[in-house]
Design a protein around this ligand. Sequence first.
Ligand SMILES: Nc1ncnc2c1ncn2[C@@H]1O[C@H](COP(=O)(O)OP(=O)(O)OP(=O)(O)O)[C@@H](O)[C@H]1O
Ligand SMILES: [Mg+2]
Length: 508
Amino acid sequence: MKTPLLEMKNITKVFPGVKALNNVSFQVAQGEIHCLVGENGAGKSTLMKVLSGVYPHGDYSGDILFGGEIQKFNGISDSEKAGIAIIYQELALVPEMTVYENIFLGNEIKSANGFTVDWNETIKRAVEALKKVRLDVNPAAKVKDLGVGKQQLIEIAKALSKEVKLLILDEPTAALNEDDSENLLNLLRELKNHGVTCIMISHKLREVIAIADTITVLRDGQTICTLDAKKGEVSESVLIKHMVGREIDNIYPSREHKQPGEIVLEVRGWNAYNPALGRDILKDINFNVRKGEIVGFAGLMGSGRTELALSLFGNPDGYRVSGEMYIKGEKKHFGHTSGAISAGMAYVTEDRKGDGLILIQDVKQNISLANLQEVANRGVVNENAEIKVANEYKGSLNIKTPSIEQKVSNLSGGNQQKVSLGKWLFVKPGVLILDEPTRGIDVGAKYEIYTIMTKLVQQGMSIIMISSELPEILGMSDRVYIVSSGKITGELPIEEATQEKIMQLATN
Ligand SMILES: Nc1ncnc2c1ncn2[C@@H]1O[C@H](COP(=O)(O)OP(=O)(O)OP(=O)(O)O)[C@@H](O)[C@H]1O
Ligand SMILES: [Mg+2]
């Protein structure tokens, strides 16, 4: 057998209280696309951080061989020199900087005098790098003005601007729509044809099967198996079985669609104007939500669903909002999220890093954050009460952490999402808005979240679920609204909803 491009041998990495990697061995052949899958907290990101030198030599045990030679990376710049580039789970671009500045950040091209940056050359090379990823944007545009799909491609352009032999992508398509994902996967195939080897982590098993040459499954910090994806023996159910250690037949818990209760939330003639864009981003939105219902909001990314949720929740982000909202028949308008929370609303954001969680605080503090009065006595937080609540949610949401005293920044991506959910469930809202609730969540944990949603509506809560995943919309909703370009273009009872009908209304 040919020497593999990469060989990680018996890697063990311990954090206080957690053995994140336990004697993991992992091989990647030259020129292949190798996918790494496993449940939230299985150790995928950690393994890649060991490889790229984020955790330097000496911080782990075991050996890394790259190109047949033992490597002792002391930091990310060492692995970059060897030809390894990593794109993290959370994008690392600087939003306020331009595209070209971002591409060469940390890798600046110096002028002949050796002191200043050669901007002309930088821009020229940025244009070349953008061409390689077939991205047509102005290199002088600010990154924050581009969508996530484009930002992801800029990250890849940045990697390609160095001589990269092995490209690592940690959940690159988690936040991308179907088109942008397809684009990215095609780009990886093209890079492969040019000899670039690639490791990709993903929870989207369909795309893993579509793109992988080889798949390695991790579970609880150990390698479970490595499968040859080209042999056609790999299916989603096979992968799930290896990932969770048992079979899951139906990832949507069965739900009986009961006669819905009274209307708890009604929105009439809701508009939002974005002064920065100089146009309406929400136009004449009318909808209602009944007690005990899960109402799905389907649509393409960027259709305005998140803006709608935020504007109802009293956090309109600078937009000018007009229209009427009634909660249990009472007219409301929230100037601030605190008003919405006291009126019994909660919103779980799609962007847990943005306003979902305080990363430097621990799990228990984050869970009680939005409902402190429940764990406080006359304004003083009762730590025992806080601990009890946090342990309850740790159990029911199966949050993988050595303790509830762990800082949230130390949890794996999917487990951070679960903490964010726990925080808002503890508010015990009447109306819970979930924005892309299972983004970055593994299949087993998805089932847990769906089960919790089912239980909550049985108890009388109402849920608005914004989701770009049609199977999830169809599997969980009682009723579906479709949003397109800031307007509601249709409403379907679940019996009538199909992927085709929704897609047609979503692209109206
Ligand atoms: N900096 C850290 N400090 C302490 N524990 C950590 C740290 N980073 C990761 N861990 C722990 O190591 C384990 C593996 O985490 P890792 O981020 O590698 O999981 P993952 O497979 O990438 O999961 P996900 O799919 O949710 O992103 C988890 O139990 C996590 O809590
Ligand atoms: Mg991860």
